[in-house]
Ligand binder design. Structure first.
Ligand SMILES: NC(=O)c1ccc[n+]([C@@H]2O[C@H](COP(=O)([O-])OP(=O)(O)OC[C@H]3O[C@@H](n4cnc5c(N)ncnc54)[C@H](OP(=O)(O)O)[C@@H]3O)[C@@H](O)[C@H]2O)c1
Length: 282
């Protein structure tokens, strides 16, 4: 609850800011989340959810390896905001082989990696009546970005974590993994289902190496990813599908990542946290 008050509201006068600072200090004293000396790679850091994750982890002292694809300026801004010697790293995740280089570059820069947050993703429609060549191209692109690259990044991180004696992986999946997707997004649903199983496999097989692996499954989150949906159907149509009365924002997702990387949630390894405003309760 404290997190909600601290993170969601944007106060306009000085008093709420003071309360906010006092609350944060209390959370620090009670929970002692201190990510100084932690190097965390966040993919898709320039997107809606990624930016909120970077900003929050930065506030708790983490050094963030900020991955981006096209939005270099946004990435530079974020690095400045996050502070703690955070730096930017580019990779095109539609070419999964680039993930090997990405992890190498992060390790060469910081000489350590404590956590990997696989957040980058695309949501592109591909109706089944498309020409098969085009449909397969779409399928492969989504699977490459949303699943294969996640797999390669996990592989490289796990190999390093075995040597470094531990680490954490947080994979951003989707409620689609459990509920299924709509008819124009087969590949998206399939990729997110794969991400959940990948997360469980790593948790099950590498726990003895002190490696923990978690998934987060958001529902609708107010980012550019759902701009088209909002344009077509409107926010009201989304809110009708929720148990809550407001659309989830990136700031509602970021605190889950903070807790997962903090170590407070280690015994939930292999599990998935649903963040969907009650639109799909399992
Ligand atoms: N928003 C939702 O409703 C929702 C719901 C469930 C799950 N999710 C999941 O949450 C994660 C973040 O989504 P979001 O809503 O924050 O999306 P977003 O705002 O559209 O951001 C997408 C991010 O992915 C990066 N990206 C796109 N194509 C890439 C490529 N070829 N190579 C490398 N990076 C690439 C983008 O980098 P650049 O900007 O630098 O190009 C951007 O940082 C995704 O995995 C998504 O599936 C979102």
């Amino acid at each position: 609850m404290i997190g909600k008050i601290i993170l969601a509201d944007k106060p306009k006068t000085i008093t709420p800011y003071l309360i906010l600072i006092i609350c944060r200090f209390c959370v620090y004293l009670i929970m002692r989340i201190d990510l100084h000396k932690n190097v965390i790679l966040v993919t898709g850091a320039t997107g809606g959810i990624g930016s909120a994750i970077v900003e929050l982890l930065g506030e708790y002292g983490a050094t963030i390896a900020i991955h981006y694809y096209k939005e270099k300026e946004r990435a530079l801004d974020l690095a400045k905001k996050a502070g703690n010697n955070s730096k930017i790293f580019r990779a095109d995740l539609s070419r999964p082989i680039q993930c090997v280089k990405l992890i190498k570059e992060v390790l060469n820069t910081y000489n350590r990696l404590d956590a990997l947050v696989n957040n980058a993703g695309i949501y592109e429609s591909s109706p089944i009546n498309r020409d098969i060549k085009r449909w397969l191209k779409d399928w492969n692109r989504t699977i490459n970005i949303n699943l294969t690259s996640v797999g390669v990044l996990c592989r490289e991180a796990v190999k390093y974590f075995i040597k470094s004696r531990g680490g954490r992986i947080i994979n951003i999946a989707s409620r689609a993994a459990f509920r299924g997707e709509d008819k124009d997004h087969w590949a998206y649903g399939a990729a997110k289902g794969g991400v959940i199983t990948l997360t469980r496999t790593i948790a099950k097989e590498y726990g003895k190496y002190n490696i923990k692996s978690f998934a987060i499954a958001p529902g609708f989150v107010k980012t550019r990813m759902i701009n088209d949906y909002i344009k077509r159907f409107g926010v009201k149509s989304i809110i009708k599908q929720l148990a809550l009365n407001e659309l989830t924002t990136p700031q509602d997702v970021a605190p889950a990542v903070l807790f997962l990387v903090s170590g407070y949630m280690d015994h939930t390894t292999g599990s998935t946290i649903d963040i969907n405003a009650g639109s799909y309760i399992r």
